[in-house]
Ligand binder design. Structure first.
Ligand code: SF4
Length: 339
């Protein structure tokens, strides 16, 4: 966690209690008050009394996937997806309003970056889901590692044994892999799961798919991920969105095998949700199976992942980007009438 110490007052804690670690509360208000507060925030059934973000709508798709749209205190919107699995519930959590990365297949990126979420806004997305969550993936709106301090602080809050006591092995951060932040994360004493959205094996193709990561050399990004995996003895996941004619060549197969053969890595082949941009063809199941087979022949461990929640716009940021677009248009209109 960032070593920067800031002064925390009782008022700060009372106004935004989900934004503080047990240690901060206890240093400011004493151990027994911190215990009482953490119990009331994380263990009591009615947690609504302390919330500063509000559920705006819930969309269900009938398969156990539910998309929560939260309204923030500044009237921006974020989304959190709750995905029911056989043995629990996964919360897919946002870390930003909008996103600066601009992946060409993603609605969150198409609106640009509005602001980072605070630790409190991140933590509340988990706490306010009605189902008991036993897995968290930072895979909603935003690039988590570009909101590094809030991300790490929220993980410290979520894993605190006085509160939710969330196991770090149940927390996954999905990232496009900014190099400086990957290096910092490697040195943290938190052993989370890490997924790299790779999507390409050459700099040129990656720059086309993830335009605002052009400064991060793709080879160094892969190297940093592998270094994290070795240091923390964790299997890392490589997300690869298969785009026919773009990143499914023989040379792509060869490069992936060269990078990951013999490493503690799983490759997730993804079939993306169609968004409004419609720039790409959706690969059919056969294309995914063929690519998977080629990688497996080269000794890689591969799974095909289908995105859940297509029917409720659960591709990252699709639903919320409409709300935020409207809100920003409205405020521009208002700004114009004021001139
Ligand atoms: S896919 Fe993730 S990193 Fe890329 S633009 Fe969307 S939210 Fe940002």
């Amino acid at each position: 966690m960032s070593k920067k110490r800031t002064f925390v007052s009782i008022d700060d804690i009372i106004n935004e209690p989900y934004g503080y670690t047990y240690k901060e509360i206890s240093e400011c208000m004493g151990e027994s008050e911190a215990k009482r507060m953490f119990f009331s925030l994380y263990k009591e059934k009615n947690k609504n009394q302390h919330q500063t973000i509000k559920i705006h709508s819930v969309n269900k798709d009938g398969t156990g996937t539910q998309k929560y749209v939260f309204k923030l205190s500044d009237n921006n919107y974020i989304e959190t997806v709750s995905i029911k699995r056989r043995n629990g519930t996964t919360a897919c959590v946002s870390t930003m309003v909008g996103c600066p990365v601009g992946c060409i297949f993603c609605e969150s990126g198409s609106n640009g970056f509005i602001r980072n979420l605070t630790p409190s806004e991140i933590v509340q997305q988990v706490v306010l889901l009605p189902k008991d969550v036993n897995r968290i993936v930072f895979m909603g709106m935003g690039e988590p590692l570009f909101n590094y301090d809030s991300l790490i602080k929220s993980i410290h809050i979520l894993r605190d044994r006085n509160g939710l006591d969330f196991s770090t092995s149940g927390i996954t951060v999905s990232t496009v892999g900014p190099l400086n932040q990957l290096k910092k994360l490697r040195e943290e004493h938190i052993k989370i799961q890490l997924t790299l959205s790779l999507h390409a094996t050459t700099q040129k193709v990656r720059n086309m798919i993830i335009p605002n990561m052009a400064k991060s050399d793709v080879n160094s990004t892969v190297e940093s991920m592998l270094s994290y995996s070795e240091r923390h003895n964790r299997k890392i996941t490589i997300a690869y969105l298969l785009i026919p004619g773009v990143n499914d060549k023989v040379s792509d197969v060869d490069k992936l095998i060269k990078w990951f053969y013999g490493k503690n890595v799983m490759v997730n082949l993804l079939q993306y949700n169609p968004t409004n941009c419609g720039k790409f063809k959706r690969p059919n199941k056969q294309m995914l199976s063929d690519f998977k087979m080629k990688l497996e022949k080269g000794g890689l461990y591969v799974k095909i992942r289908e995105s859940k929640g297509t029917n409720i716009n659960a591709a990252c940021g699709q639903l919320v980007s409409e709300y935020n677009k409207k809100k920003n248009l409205d405020s521009k209109k208002n700004a114009n009438t004021c001139k």
